[in-house]
Design a protein around this ligand. Structure first.
Ligand SMILES: [Fe+2]
Length: 290
């Protein structure tokens, strides 16, 4: 499998990983031979690159099937209007596909983490939240979590960035630098998300806590409450590592994706500083397949 930037992509290559739209629907399935019109569409939708098959390929294994991933993303993305307009959110609709996703991750526990997702540069919420959820569940499994704890963890992580739905698309997808006002605006998203979740009793209380605390850092350098160490909920400490892992591996409008090596070395460097050392070790084990 090879990652090819869109401007170097020529028709005739075979897609190695399915491409998901921002709302979770599958735009192009893996094994499809790319035509010039598909490539034009991908360009229009601002996909920076795709994975295509190469001559030396082994079969690509992913911990979650395309079908289940799509169902989970759609179950959350369907509520976009509710998130943006403060309408009541149907969290229960997400529960069943989420449970299915956790089961698949457990069945496929031998599949290592590390393949970066490729998303449209206009897509910064739903695909990201689900990918972070998959990474967090992998970490939880590595930490010996029970079924109950995995579900509790996943229910919070799945919504960790819903507060971002209240930030304007212009700010989220901007290529240039942000003003200090705009950065301050982005930093309100854990609190906004917490308030959105708290209105609803279908989710465990701890899910709201995960949302509120996912930008806290182990050494107290994060936000929103500047908590440190074990004052940060363990699930939120897991989410922080999973979130940064996914963010670094993903292309952003303002920078290219980092490699797996760069990403892991940053997380290891920050072990015991920004991040809980136990969580970083669990993630490293999930990548190395220990
Ligand atoms: Fe966030």
């Amino acid at each position: 499998m090879e990652k090819v930037a869109l401007d170097r992509l020529s028709p005739g290559r075979v897609l190695a990983r399915s491409i998901f739209l921002a709302d979770g629907r599958i735009l192009v399935r893996k094994k499809v031979t790319l035509s010039s019109s598909i490539i034009a569409k991908l360009r229009e939708l601002r996909f920076p690159a795709v994975y295509v098959e190469s001559a030396t390929d082994d079969e690509i294994k992913e911990p979650v099937s395309d079908f289940t991933r799509s169902e989970v993303i759609q179950s959350v993305a369907r509520q976009d209007y509710a998130f943006r307009n403060g309408k009541s959110i149907n969290f229960l609709a997400c529960r069943e596909p989420l449970q299915k996703m956790i089961e698949e991750i457990q069945e496929n526990r031998h599949i290592r983490l590390g393949m970066a997702e490729i998303r449209s540069l206009n897509d910064s919420i739903y695909n990201h939240m689900v990918q972070v959820c998959i990474i967090a569940v992998k970490i939880g499994i590595q930490m010996g979590y029970s079924q109950f704890k995995l579900l509790e963890l996943a229910l919070g992580v799945l919504f960790h960035d819903i507060g971002m739905t209240r930030i304007s698309a212009d700010v989220l997808n901007r290529i240039g630098g942000l003003t200090s006002d705009e950065i301050a605006q982005i930093k309100t998203h854990p609190r906004t998300g917490y308030n959105l979740i708290r209105q609803n009793r279908d989710l465990p209380e701890v899910a709201a806590e995960i949302v509120l605390q996912h930008h806290e850092r182990y050494n107290g350098s994060g936000y929103s409450q500047k908590l440190s160490g074990f004052h940060i909920n363990e699930y939120a400490r897991i989410t922080a590592v999973a979130d940064v892992f996914d963010a670094m591996l993903t292309e952003k409008p303002y920078r290219p994706a980092k490699s797996l090596e760069e990403t892991l070395s940053y997380l290891k460097e920050q072990k015991g500083a920004e991040f809980d050392p136990v969580v970083v070790d669990a993630l490293t084990a999930a990548v190395d397949g220990e």
